[in-house]
Design a protein around this ligand. Sequence first.
Ligand code: ZN
Length: 102
Amino acid sequence: MSAYTDDEIARRQIRVGELAMLRMTKAQIAKQLGVSFSLVRSDCEAMELNIPDGIHRKPVRTAPVTQHGTITGYAAHYKRQEQPCEECKQARREYLAQRKAS
Ligand SMILES: [Zn+2]
């Protein structure tokens, strides 16, 4: 299945290793060597090189606010830098009132 000879693979793996030393990511190495990302990844696995993928996935936002009406929900809104909903604001008011009371 592979179109590469053992010699080519060995040489490529050496290059991958060298570039990894330069703190390049797998994506950068793939681009540099003109090979596919998955090839670099399998080379890294073969050489037990643990380097970052360097693939820019969509930034993962914090989990959606699921616990509305609780202080956890309020904190989740805050973390997401969004305006807390009424339920959560109410929960926070109660929370603060409770804290003051105790
Ligand atoms: Zn809420």
